[in-house]
Design a protein around this ligand. Structure first.
Ligand code: ACO
Length: 330
């Protein structure tokens, strides 16, 4: 047995924030953002909407696509770096919102690589015979945590909100499904892309001091991230291809984490993939971290770009650093 995608769905908030809207609240330009990132617009939630709520909409869409109900699900995996609360995790909140009994719910915290890690966990559980139907969600509410002033402009123009979900079911070994996954991390680069506060390294009574110093905003060394991302994306794709005995020419569709169009373009170029075999929607949603792969996959399916029998590669890199890739027979 292995995990097969039975249904994929996504949700993005209604509110569209264009680069021109950001021009009015910080010192930036549409031209700078488009040239450096390829992003034209992103979605921001309304206050109070949050990550589990977005995940709920995406989960319902995925369940509908799979022709299943919440009661059919055996287990929930929820990937996010922007949970509603420090604890409990969004998985348990989604279990309650969906009303799917007292099934287990696991939160995955590997940032932009969360969906790929979650997929590996789901596939392993299904292969082990532990569960037959798993709901995997990637959802993010970035907008509430960004520094939307000129000081935070290098980060805040890149990120957006949204959610994607997949229903994974037990499939036959010789049918469609997850063929293999590779996962990596390198914590020596933790501070190249991180959010320091809230932290449990100091008593919570001192958190306010750190917040006053602006240390609760995400920080990124953009150039280091760019350098490592372009290298690790390609390595992960090659590694998973080697494990399944395939080559770059065999890739029908690459669904990369939508970090930034320049990163995806560079990866596509290094892999020798024409645009038709590379999914890109960062232009419309910005970087939605753990949600970006399932949103991109969901749109690719809607557009008829993922066809039965094709080889899809899902690949991600992000904070940690973490990176990984899954090979999927569609
Ligand atoms: N608008 C206008 N100017 C800006 C902005 C902005 N939003 N942000 C930074 N600048 C300015 C800087 O202040 C700097 O000005 P200075 O020359 O007067 O000092 C100038 O633009 C150049 O800044 P750099 O940081 O050197 O710009 P760079 O060309 O490296 O581009 C960027 C920055 C886009 C972040 C780039 O490094 C990059 O693409 N990095 C990859 C990071 C990424 O995509 N992360 C996504 C999240 S991680 C992930 O998902 C894998």
């Amino acid at each position: 047995m292995r995990a097969r995608f039975a249904g994929v769905g996504h949700y993005v908030p209604e509110r569209i924030v264009r680069n021109q809207d950001l021009e009015s609240i910080m010192d930036t330009t549409d031209e700078w953002i488009v040239e450096r990132t390829g992003i034209h617009e992103r979605r921001f939630v309304r206050e109070g909407e949050g990550t589990s709520e977005q995940g709920l909409h995406a989960a319902r869409a995925a369940l509908k696509a799979a022709g299943l109900t919440p009661q059919d699900i055996d287990f929930i995996i929820f990937a996010t770096l922007s949970p509603d609360y420090m604890f409990p995790g969004c998985g348990a909140l989604l279990q309650e919102k969906l009303g799917c009994g007292t099934i287990g719910a696991l939160d995955v915290r590997t940032q932009c690589t969360g969906f790929v890690y979650g997929l590996a966990v789901a596939d392993s559980m299904i292969r082990a015979g532990m569960y037959r139907r798993i709901l995997l969600v990637g959802a993010e509410t970035q907008s509430m945590g960004l520094n939307l002033s000129t000081e935070g402009r290098d980060m805040s123009v890149i990120f957006g909100d949204g959610a994607g979900a997949a229903v994974l079911v037990a499939g036959d070994d010789d049918g469609p499904g997850v063929l293999d996954t590779v996962l990596h991390s390198e914590g020596s680069h933790a501070k190249e892309l991180w959010m320091e506060v809230p932290t449990c390294l100091v008593p919570t009574t001192r958190t306010i001091e750190l917040v006053n110093e602006g240390r609760h905003f995400p920080q990124m060394n953009g150039r280091e991230v760019f350098k490592h991302a372009t290298r690790r994306f390609v390595e992960a794709v090659d590694e998973v291809l080697a494990r399944i005995g395939k080559t770059r020419d065999d890739i029908d569709l690459l669904v990369p984490h939508q970090a930034n169009k320049r990163i995806s373009d560079a990866v596509g170029e290094r892999l020798g993939l024409p645009p038709a075999r590379l999914v890109q929607n960062v232009q419309r949603y910005g970087n939605t971290t753990a949600a970006s792969i399932p949103i991109a996959l969901s749109e690719a399916i809607e557009q008829g770009r993922a066809k039965p029998g094709q080889l899809l590669i899902l690949v991600a890199f992000g904070s940690g650093f973490t990176w990984g890739a899954s090979a999927v027979r569609w």
